[in-house]
Structure formats: structure tokens, C-alpha cells
Design a protein around this ligand. Structure first.
Ligand code: SF4
Ligand code: SF4
Length: 279
């Protein structure tokens, strides 16, 4: 059981352990806060989206999170995906687990961290899948509350250390831990938005969500100007452009897809950047 006295120490220990297990960044957010965060608050009112990455699960409304009853905090971990290692992001169907090298790394980190929390700290963990319909949560919101960065005008999490070139994974726990709180970073404020210009589908062109409609100012793409149907169009094109690749311990070939990252790779934010990076 976590008491007020040792909370800070425990959070420090968790972050240190997550990094020792392979995370590049880690933070903690309270489930109470997350339930009120922009994506979770808006999810029931968003139009149903049936694109790449969504799942049909009986009895579940697409995009709506189902929280485990005993979950009190979220541990968010991030792995850097630098532009010089594009293979970390290549998606392979038929591979054993994780589909990308980066995702396998994150899953390994979460497993090791969960095992340490349960065995050595007596904290119950709920390892979450990626898809909301299978039990996942909105990871970018969790990362903001955990103090990892802010949501950029490319609708991605922007971190001072790696810009948007990171991938996230979240695990819930039954420990009542506080949110680190939003980091004081906003690289987008005076940026000429190369992220939006780079989009091959003009996904940021049109404002399609409005504060009056959703009752909150924090909207997809920050100002409501992000159309995931347009982005999905590009994902479908990328899928049709697959390459056949060999998969370890399998006779048949897998399909490797290189999904679009233009809005991510065009963003200059990150280390040594004059816009919201760390020197
Ligand atoms: S390119 Fe500029 S506006 Fe776009 S996400 Fe990066 S910092 Fe923000
Ligand atoms: S991933 Fe590609 S298609 Fe989707 S919003 Fe970014 S740049 Fe546009």
C-alpha cells in the first residue's frame, strides 16, 4: 500500500526502473485525471471511425475506453524512434508479437517493469494492449499528464528530448499515484508548421472539430484541424505498397508495411532545437 509519505520516492523508483528496463522516457499519471483528459472526455461523442488499426469487438463502442475497476494510476513509457533507425517502425504482419521492432522493445520493458512492481513493490499491474477496443487507453493524453510533453499541431506527442520521434506504451496499476502534470513546453507556438505542409493527404487542411460541438478547447490537431479519415487514406495506400519479408521460425513470408511518418519527420522539435528542445 502506498502512503503519502513515500509516494514521491516510489514514483522516482518506478521511473528509474522503467529506464533501466529500456525506456527512454517514463512518467506517471493518475487515472482520475486521465478520465477527464481531452481524448477520454470526448471519445463517446466522436463519430465512429472504421479505419486501419480499429477493431470490432462485440459489446464495445469503438474508441471508448473501459477502465479496469481497480486501476488508479498509469505508468507511461516511451522509446525513441530516431529517423536514422526507420526499421524500428516497419510493421510486419505474421510476426510473433508486437508487429514492429519498437513495439517489441516497449512490450519487453513493460513486462520487466510489471514483474518488478508486482514482486518487489506489491503493486498490481494491468498491462494494456494497444487497441482501445481490446482494453487500451489514449496514450498521448496519458503521456501529457505524466509530464512527457505536449500535443503538437501534427496531433502527435512532442517531447523536449526526442520531438515527436517516440512511441508509447502504458500500463495501469492499483497504486494511487499523482500525475506529474503537463510539462511547460510548446514548440508549436511560433513554428511555421512544416509538419502540416508535409502531409501527402492534406489531413490538417480543414477544421472539422469545433469547441462548441465538443464542449472543450483541446481538440484533435489542437484546433480541430486533423482529419483521421485523410490520414487513414494514406495508411491504406502504404498497406498496398507492402514488401514480402522473411520471418524468423516461419516458412511463409510476412508483409512489411512502411506507414507514413511525414508529419513526424518534418517536425524540427527535439534536442538542440530552438523550438522547445533541450540544449
Ligand atoms: S513542425 Fe512545428 S507546428 Fe508542427 S508539431 Fe513540430 S513544432 Fe509543432
Ligand atoms: S501520418 Fe502521413 S498522412 Fe497521416 S497525418 Fe501524418 S503526414 Fe498526413
Amino acid at each position: 500500500m502506498v502512503t503519502g509519505k513515500n509516494v514521491k520516492e516510489l514514483v522516482g523508483l518506478i521511473i528509474g526502473k522503467a529506464k533501466a528496463c529500456g525506456a527512454d522516457l517514463a512518467g506517471v499519471a493518475s487515472v482520475r485525471d486521465l478520465k477527464r483528459s481531452p481524448s477520454h472526455a470526448i471519445s463517446e461523442r466522436m463519430p465512429e471511425f472504421d479505419g486501419v488499426g480499429t477493431k470490432d469487438v462485440q459489446g464495445r463502442q469503438r474508441g471508448v475506453v473501459k477502465w479496469p475497476e481497480r486501476a488508479r494510476s498509469a505508468i507511461v513509457i516511451a522509446a525513441a524512434h530516431p529517423s536514422e533507425k526507420p526499421e524500428m517502425d516497419w510493421w510486419v504482419t505474421g510476426a510473433s508479437a508486437g508487429n514492429t521492432a519498437g513495439n517489441r522493445l516497449l512490450m519487453g520493458t513493460v513486462s520487466e517493469l510489471a514483474s518488478w512492481l508486482e514482486k518487489e513493490q506489491g503493486i498490481q499491474c494491468f498491462k494494456l494492449p494497444y487497441h482501445i477496443e481490446h482494453g487500451g487507453i489514449y496514450m498521448k493524453d496519458a503521456a501529457v499528464f505524466a509530464g512527457l510533453g505536449c500535443i503538437g499541431k501534427n496531433n502527435l506527442l512532442i517531447t523536449p528530448q526526442y520531438g515527436p520521434r517516440i512511441r508509447l506504451r502504458v500500463m495501469l496499476t492499483d497504486a494511487d499515484l499523482p500525475s506529474a502534470g503537463a510539462a511547460d513546453v510548446d514548440p508549436c507556438e511560433d513554428c511555421p508548421m512544416p509538419c502540416r505542409i508535409a502531409c501527402p493527404q492534406d489531413a490538417f487542411e480543414e477544421r472539422i472539430y469545433f469547441p462548441e460541438e465538443y464542449g472543450q478547447k483541446k481538440l484533435p490537431g489542437r484546433n480541430g484541424g486533423y482529419n483521421r479519415l485523410s490520414c487513414n487514406r494514406q495508411m491504406v495506400i502504404n498497406q498496398s505498397d507492402f514488401e514480402e519479408v522473411e520471418i524468423e521460425n516461419r516458412q511463409d513470408l510476412g508483409k512489411q508495411v512502411k506507414y507514413c511518418r511525414e508529419c513526424e519527420l518534418a517536425c524540427p522539435a527535439g534536442p538542440k532545437s530552438s523550438i522547445g528542445g533541450i540544449a
